[in-house]
Ligand binder design. Structure first.
Ligand code: 13P
Length: 260
């Protein structure tokens, strides 16, 4: 079965290495050696080498928030998969809506990065999700289906089994508006059906699909209890150790109540 997976996307925060180290140390202490809920933090890339040192001896994964599809070369300002691996990364977030909408990332670009990440043996977290206008126009499944179709193009079922997806409705990111458990579960079930049609039932049942969008300690448990929600990709609440650990503990309580 699928292990719940809670990841913190720190985005462009905090602004000093000292604050990043403090936050990572607090998260490390709070998670301890627990592995019944998997945890990763995704700090700004500038901090990765140091974060890897801080996380030594901890089961917490270390992720980047983006990467280039090329392994090296004349790509000013970019970072490659091999570099992220060298810095100690285990994970990489790809196709976050802030990159799709703010930096013009297309599904094809995300697909190239995804294949490169798998070649580098990074565990990708591929984000999909609709805007408010798309939801209001009843286009959520069209949009998410298209993102999945193109972002995951060319993957074998075996490769797909090693990819994490994150459903992040754009209207719920950083807004305090969380998708209700019913709304989120419906899209997660749609994602699972899409995966089953494309990659087969066995693969679809293995893929971890996180929910992201204003996840907080007080709404995490009911989201994580939904059958097709396998974790959370947390933005704002991952910047306070107590809040992030509160979400981690909500995951543990859901597991204790019988969710695998
Ligand atoms: P918030 O949790 O701040 O809404 O951000 C979600 C997100 O974008 C995680 O990738």
């Amino acid at each position: 079965m699928r292990t719940l997976f809670v990841a913190g996307n720190w985005k462009m925060n905090p602004t000093t290495l000292e604050a990043a180290v403090k936050l990572a140390e607090e998260v490390k202490a709070g998670v301890g050696q627990a592995v019944n809920v998997r945890v990763a933090i995704c700090p700004p890339s500038l901090y990765l080498y140091r974060m890897d040192e801080v996380l030594a001896g901890s089961p917490i994964g270390l992720g980047a928030q983006n990467m280039n599809a090329k392994p090296e070369g004349a790509f000013t300002g970019e970072l490659s998969g091999p570099m992220l691996v060298d810095a100690g990364c285990t994970h990489v977030i790809l196709g976050h809506s802030e990159r799709r909408h703010g930096h013009g990332e297309t599904d094809d670009l995300v697909n190239g990065k995804l294949i490169a990440a798998l070649e580098s043996r990074l565990l990708p977290i591929v984000c999909v999700g609709e805007t408010r206008l798309e939801r209001e126009s009843d286009m959520t499944e069209d949009v998410v289906g298209r993102q999945l179709e193109h972002s995951l193009a060319g993957l074998t079922p075996e490769q797909m089994g090693g990819v994490v997806l994150a459903y992040e409705p754009v209207w719920a990111i950083g807004t305090g508006l969380t998708a209700s458990p019913t709304q989120a579960q419906a899209v997660h079930a749609f994602i699972r059906r899409h995966l089953a049609a494309k990659f087969g039932e066995a693969t679809a049942s293995r893929v971890v699909v996180q929910y992201g969008g204003s996840v907080k300690p007080d709404n995490a448990a009911e989201l994580l209890a939904c059958p097709d929600i396998d974790g959370a990709l947390v933005g704002g609440a991952s910047l306070k150790a107590a809040d992030f650990l509160g979400i981690f503990h909500a995951g543990q309580s859901v597991v204790a109540q019988g969710k695998a």
